[in-house]
Design a protein around this ligand. Structure first.
Ligand code: ADP
Length: 245
């Protein structure tokens, strides 16, 4: 299991490899602070390095800055201070097509699934590929693999309202990974699910991590974190630190 280290200022850092072999960090935050326009200080002096292929939990109470942290990674918000680097790009410096290209390399899963109501599972998952200009042949190749990964091949023609919450969340995971991104961000993915469905979702995320996808999950479900056996960082009042469970 990769080690989470804490640097001199109490911030979490990933273990460094020998100087001869540069560390392949997919995420790097250096002295990052975020203050919203209304004066809310969501993040304060956050330093974090996440290696390619890691699985990291981000925990902390509601309002502590977890979603803001993820939003900085996919360029929905920009840091007020400091630098955010994701997959060798700086999201805050990208606009238009270049930001879209970075976002294609980031799968995102939300607590409330965000599925299109009057579209089938197949349509929901393939929509993103259509929008990116994939050919029908390529979509037909990718779709069954994504649905198989989340165990929903048999629900391909169902509408979201015909699925349980757990199944809807699994559709949203299929949609997030159908473009084979190297990075998957999940913002409270189990927040609306019972323990069994929550664990099923985490098992899928673990499986995706095993095939090489870097996974970052925010949650305040400590039992899930304990069961999962992955490194954890905590955000409290905007400050990030490492935690051992
Ligand atoms: P969490 O995901 O841990 O619940 P958030 O990142 O959503 O925390 O919020 C951190 C802090 O930033 C909170 O005080 C919240 O009210 C504030 N905040 C979040 N989004 C905005 C926004 N768009 N405008 C102003 N304040 C915000």
């Amino acid at each position: 299991m990769p080690q989470v280290l804490t640097d001199a200022s109490g911030n979490a850092q990933r273990d460094r490899q020998s100087p001869s072999k540069p560390v392949d960090n997919i995420i790097q935050l250096q002295s990052v602070s975020k203050t919203y326009r209304n004066g809310s200080q969501a993040l304060i002096d956050v330093n974090l390095e996440v290696k390619r292929g890691d699985f990291l939990f981000v925990t902390g109470p509601s309002g502590s800055g977890k979603s803001t942290f993820l939003k900085l990674l996919y360029g929905e918000e920009c840091a007020s201070q400091g630098e955010v680097k994701v997959d060798n790009d700086f999201p805050a410096k990208l606009r238009g097509d270049r930001l879209s290209l970075l976002r294609r390399r980031i799968g995102i899963v939300f607590q409330d699934y965000k599925l299109i109501p009057r579209r089938t599972v197949t349509e929901n998952v393939s929509f993103v590929l259509w929008a990116q200009g994939y050919t029908r042949k390529e979509i037909n190749r990718r779709l069954p693999a994504a649905l198989k990964m989340v165990g929903l091949q048999h629900k391909a023609e169902c509408f979201p309202e015909e699925l349980s919450g757990g199944e809807q969340q699994r559709v949203s995971i299929a949609r997030a990974i159908v473009g084979t991104p190297p990075l998957l961000l999940a913002d409270e993915p189990t927040g609306n699910l019972d323990p069994d469905n929550s664990w099923q979702v985490i098992k899928i995320l673990k499986k995706l991590n095993q095939i090489g996808i870097t996974v970052i999950v925010t949650t305040h479900d400590e039992s899930l974190i304990r069961l999962s056996n992955h490194p954890v960082v905590q955000i409290r009042n905007g400050r990030l630190s490492s935690v051992n469970y």
